[in-house]
Design a protein around this ligand. Sequence first.
Ligand code: NOJ
Length: 764
Amino acid sequence: MKQVLGILIVSAVVLVSCKQDGSTQLKSGTNLNPEIEQKIDNLLAQMTLDEKIGQLNQYTSRWEMTGPAPDNIDSVAFYNLLKEGKIGSMLNVTGAITTRRVQQYAVDSSRLGIPIILGYDVIHGFKTMFPIPLAEAASWDPEVAKLSSRIAAIEASAAGLHWTFAPMVDIARDARWGRVMEGSGEDPFLGAKMAYARVKGFQGEDLAEENTIAACTKHFAAYGFAEAGRDYNTVDIGERTLHNMVLPPFKATVDAGVATFMNSFNILNGVPATADSYLQRDILKGEWGFDGFVVSDWNSIGELIPHGLAANREEAAKLAITAGSDMDMEGNCYLLGLKSQVEKGEVDEVLVDDAVRRVLRIKFRLGLFDDPFQYCDAEREMEVTLSESHLNSAREVAKKSIVLLKNENSILPLKKSGQKIAVIGDLAGSKDVPLGSWRAQAVSNSAVSLVEGIASAVSNVSSLYYEKGPLYVKNQRTFATHLQFNETDKSGINQAVDAARKSDVVVIALGEDCFQTGEGRSQVDIGLKGLQQELLEEVYKVNKNVVVVLMNGRPLEINWMAENVPAIVEAWHLGSEAGNAIADVLFGDYNPAGKLPVSFPRSVGQAPIYYNYMNTGRPTGGDAVFWSHYTDEQNTPLFPFGYGLSYTTFEYSEFRLSSENLTMGGELKVSAIIKNTGEVAGEEVVQLYIRDLVGSISRPVKELKGFEKIMLEPGESKEVSFTITTKDLEFYGINNRWEAEPGDFKLWVGTNSSEGLEGEFELK
Ligand code: NOJ
């Protein structure tokens, strides 16, 4: 991979280049608002080097930590730094009153009165919690992602925030990695659509509006490819995987006008991403013309030292600023190490100026210079937060995120009366787990639990028996504490079994605690922890009518369940309205239409597993030995990408291609008729996959290239068509650029990545 570590910044908007004599020149580009750029020029001209570096320095509040404890800055030192203009941004400061106080101090006490920008991890809601992003991706509905991000922005901005560290767009193929929950799964096409929508939702039409916030695309790049699924671990992928699989969702957010980027902790092909100028300068700020700023991840500049790239803070600062990391989150490297580098001539001040310009540009776009307090509105905060309409939307989004994995003998939907229902499992009673990891300001225990949801759906609660069974997480757990699973205390199993015995049907909630996924939560075992499997099997012995409701933040290993129990509902961590949304599905008030955004493995040993893999030279072999397979497990996933059932059935027919030939620059139409062949109305996500059969590099066996969600009444048919252009066939190939290659292609229109009507065409 090309590494340009010299001071060479080529950008569509700001161009910095080395002159013959080694000094650096800054030129302005064309796509910017000249008025804002002029104001930035004026400010820059007044700023001392210390004040400039201050703009690049970000601290967390000490009352909420989302990373390891940084160098101790007590509150006196902190306020002094604010006064000296040495803090440009803070994270983890929330609330209209608190943010106003901090902003007031920054603006009033510092020499130039530059407002600070306040960031926070608003990942799937601020106080009204929406489904975790992985779940939301299961809706295959970008409008849903846009809506939840819009509402999150409305609540967060009213609490004084200007900036969210979202969307997280990392492609994740390995269920061991705890941050699978935070992104849109394994596919770059679906991921790009969701990422684009989220940026639009957070940022709205105009960043300067009081209810929009700047988005931050993270983690740049390839963080989801951590070796062995262990968080923060090294990543080694080829340049083609980087371009074809990892980068498309990042690029989509630049197209959506994202204001900021965050780089990543991982080493990528030998260079920590924070010090990678190929990523940040050549691709992001160069090729893609991104004119916002890049914030480091939490102390990722300081981590250049343990990574073995820098010997000390000064070197770390130099490497990071040179590579295009504009703001230092919690690293103290810019504050304590950058000035001396500039003074010694190790870092050209023009680089500092460019970084400061980018930070100021976003502050101007947010309207912070016009009114630094427009976001801190205690009245608005009261009014909008957790409003009825936000909660209603949370329920809508949650319903759409549910995936029906199995439903034998149409055991679902359940009847609202005339059936005795046992509700089992401590997750069923939990008002906290559904809030998920990365829950921003959600109030603990504020979600509608599954038991509550079911109780308000049935007509007679005396037909319900709730037994939690053994608690499977023993300790009080938080974002920053380790969980202790109960492997021994079986009390509770008997009562649960009794409840199952006297009921017609059992709804059992199993899966993961919300803090089993998220940052730093990698696992080697993705089965059911604690005594959950035992509980399930004991219950199943006395009542076969079992409906499992899964609550989880990653694909799980659930072979026994998939083989034995008649119904499985994938309900992830669905947020504030989880219980109501699940009940809507269980009782058929809503017909589930979600589709998996990740493959569910048969065994963790298959990780990484994903549908858009490349064929080996020995892809098949039956009973023979010498082909690419496991001797103790199949190659295929338990549930493939794109999979999900409905309470109705759909038939695909009349596959049509407008032509068998596509000329370069032309387009082709592919269509099929989808019919609802069941008894109830339902939605189907119709999916288009394409394979480039012979290329200058090997191409995946299938790639998602389109999808459309349609609603069909019983007996109704609709034609769904997709237009394929040569752009859709482009990939980053042998010539290290995106291009389509002539040749034969296969395509499928179907209900998931492993089924579909098939056709062929040739690109000439
Ligand atoms: C570290 C995480 O990797 C990042 O995603 C998050 O935004 C920051 N901490 C701030 O909390």
